[in-house]
Write a protein that binds this ligand. Structure first.
Ligand code: ZN
Length: 303
C-alpha cells in the first residue's frame, strides 16, 4: 500500500541566534525555458538545462517563504500568490496558495507574524496578504516594503495603461493587497533596518524598488534575495541573461553580479525564493559565473 498523504511543505533551521522556518506556497509551472529566458543563446540554454538533469519544456519555480524568529519579533519574507479567488490560485494554478496551511503545519499561526517584509510587489510575492474580502491574512503584522516599490504598484493609472490580463491584474492585485496594510506600513530605503540584525539592500532592476535583505545573527549572515535570481543554474552561470519578468534587464544583471560578489566575498549564506525547496545554500565560483551548493539540513529541532 502506498500512503497518499503529502510530505510536509516546511522545514526549520538555526541561523545564529535566530530560528528560521521555510514554508512553501507551492510550485509555479512557467512553461518552456526559451520563453522565460528570451535573450539566452538557445542552444546553450537547452544544453545547460540538459546537463543539469532539468527539462527544457517547463521551468518550475518554487515559492519558498522565510520566517525568521529573532526571539523579539517574527518576520515573514514574502507571501506567495495567496488564496484570493480572482488573483491567486485562479491565475497560478491549484498547486499554489499553500503558504498558510504549511505555516500552520509548522506550528506558526498567521497571527504570530509581527512583520511581513516584501522583496517586491510582483504577484507571487505580495498577493498572499489578503483574502477575497480584503481581510488581512496576517492581522497583527506591520508591512515593510521599499518606498519606490510601494509607490509604483499602488499607482492605478499604471493599470489603465497596462495590457489586458496579467498586465492590468499585476497592478490591481498589488493595490488590493498592499493598501489593506496602509494603517501599519513602513517604507524602507537602502540600508534601513527592519529589526535588529535585518537590513534592506536596494537592488532595483527586476522591479523598480526591489530589495534584498541581509539577515545577520551570532556571527552568521545570509542574503534573502527574492527575485534577484530565479534559477539555480541558468542565472548563476549566466547573470547577463534576461528573465522574462525583469523590468530593467540591464539593471537586473548589474544587481545580480553585485550581490553574487558580495555573497561570494563575504562567504554569506543565500536564501533563494524560487530555488528548489527550501532554497538555502551557498555560491561557489564556476568559470565566469557560480554554482549552487544546497545547504545540509538538520533533522533535529534547532531550538
Ligand atoms: Zn518571484
Amino acid at each position: 500500500m502506498t500512503p497518499r498523504n503529502l510530505p510536509p511543505g516546511w522545514t526549520r533551521f538555526r541561523h545564529g541566534d535566530f530560528v528560521c522556518t521555510v514554508v512553501s506556497d507551492g510550485l509555479l509551472e512557467m512553461g518552456p525555458a526559451r520563453d522565460n529566458f528570451p535573450s539566452a543563446d538557445q542552444a546553450e540554454l537547452d544544453g545547460l538545462l540538459t546537463a543539469n538533469y532539468l527539462p527544457v519544456d517547463n521551468v518550475r519555480l518554487n515559492q519558498n517563504l522565510l520566517i525568521v524568529d529573532t526571539a523579539d519579533k517574527t518576520v515573514l519574507f514574502d507571501t506567495g500568490v495567496g488564496i484570493n479567488a480572482e488573483f491567486g490560485r485562479a491565475t497560478f494554478g491549484p498547486g499554489t496558495g499553500r503558504a498558510i496551511p504549511n505555516m500552520r503545519a509548522a506550528g506558526i499561526d498567521p497571527g504570530d507574524i509581527d512583520i511581513v517584509a516584501l522583496t517586491h510587489g510582483h504577484p507571487d510575492h505580495c498577493w498572499g496578504l489578503v483574502d477575497d474580502d480584503d481581510n488581512k491574512l496576517y492581522p497583527n503584522a506591520e508591512l515593510v516594503i521599499s518606498a519606490s516599490e510601494f509607490a509604483y504598484w499602488t499607482d492605478l493609472s499604471r493599470a489603465d495603461a497596462a495590457p489586458e490580463g496579467l498586465g492590468k491584474d499585476q497592478f490591481r492585485g498589488a493595490h488590493k493587497n498592499l493598501m489593506a496594510y496602509r494603517d501599519r506600513l513602513r517604507l524602507l530605503d537602502d540600508g534601513d533596518e527592519v529589526v535588529s540584525g535585518i537590513t534592506a539592500i536596494a537592488t532595483p532592476g527586476h522591479s523598480p524598488g526591489h530589495l534584498v535583505y541581509r539577515i545577520a545573527s551570532g556571527g552568521e549572515a545570509m542574503i534573502c534575495w527574492g527575485d534577484l535570481c530565479h534559477h539555480q543554474v541558468l542565472l548563476l552561470k549566466r547573470p547577463q541573461w534576461r528573465f522574462v519578468f525583469d523590468d530593467d534587464p540591464t539593471a537586473a544583471t548589474r544587481q545580480r553580479i553585485r550581490i553574487y560578489d558580495l555573497v561570494d566575498t563575504g562567504r554569506l549564506g543565500v536564501f533563494a525564493y524560487h530555488f528548489p525547496f527550501p532554497g538555502l545554500g551557498h555560491l561557489v565560483r564556476d568559470g565566469d559565473g557560480y554554482s549552487w551548493v544546497p545547504a545540509e539540513l538538520e533533522l533535529a529541532d534547532p531550538r
